[in-house]
Design a protein around this ligand. Structure first.
Ligand code: TYD
Length: 212
């Protein structure tokens, strides 16, 4: 049995990741592949429960260490119960956010540091990395409009952090992509949904040659 492929989608708020993850998973299914479309934080009952704790925190919210530990714990459950079994069974996994979100949000913007986030990932998920990470990058005004249309101005505990935090997140993602060009595909997220989907299909085409 050939191991499946693991594709993650990353980017700041309002980049259209979830829509694009869904379109990619449909396109892969149309090619005859079996695909698991999933998301983080979440993807298993336990990780979805942790998601609620993170996005709607009780009391005064989490300290930065506790927040990173919760994301790592959710990921650990998701990796061991869903992602690894799917890959071992030959399925393709398309995941809306993964480790690089923790690196950008908790590690860089949140100030915990990349080394600690990676250490937690080593402990929780044996350091599993996607085969390909699609980073959707779009610029300011278009993103602000999308967010207003989607959230109606209401956002969760992390989405609602200030502009400086989210700018640091976006810069961090681009920096990661520069550091690991063999894993990341940076996709221009401007323009309509189909145009962005087309760019993603072009970018991942080489995966089909090596997945026979
Ligand atoms: P998500 O539902 O993907 O939100 P959005 O649609 O706005 O991208 O993710 C929920 C929030 O959790 C989002 O603000 C990013 C944040 N997050 C982290 O801070 N660290 C992580 O490791 C992950 C996976 C998400």
């Amino acid at each position: 049995m050939t191991r499946g492929r693991f594709i993650s989608f990353e980017g700041g708020e309002g980049m259209g990741k979830s829509t694009q993850a869904r379109l990619l998973s449909e396109a892969l299914q149309n090619r005859g592949l079996t695909v698991e479309l999933t998301r983080e934080p979440g993807g298993t009952p336990g990780a979805e429960a942790i998601r609620s704790l993170l996005l709607d925190p009780p009391g005064e919210g989490w300290g930065k260490e506790a927040e990173a530990l919760l994301f790592a714990a959710a990921r650990s459950d998701h990796v061991s119960r869903r992602i690894k079994p799917a890959l071992a069974a030959g399925r393709w996994v398309v995941c809306d956010r993964f480790l690089d979100s923790s690196r950008a949000y908790q590690g860089v913007a949140g100030g915990l540091g990349d080394a600690k986030v990676r250490e937690l990932h080593q402990i929780g998920s044996h350091g599993l990395l996607p085969d390909v990470t699609i980073l959707i990058d779009a610029c300011g005004a278009e993103v602000t409009e999308r967010l207003a249309a989607r959230d109606g101005g209401i956002s969760d505990a992390i989405g609602g952090r200030d502009a400086a935090y989210h700018e640091a997140v976006n810069r961090a993602f681009l920096q990661f992509a520069r550091q690991e060009p063999e894993r990341f595909c940076v996709i221009d997220g401007t323009g309509n949904i189909d145009a962005v989907h087309g760019r993603i299909m072009t970018a991942i085409a080489p995966m089909f040659d090596t997945a026979a």
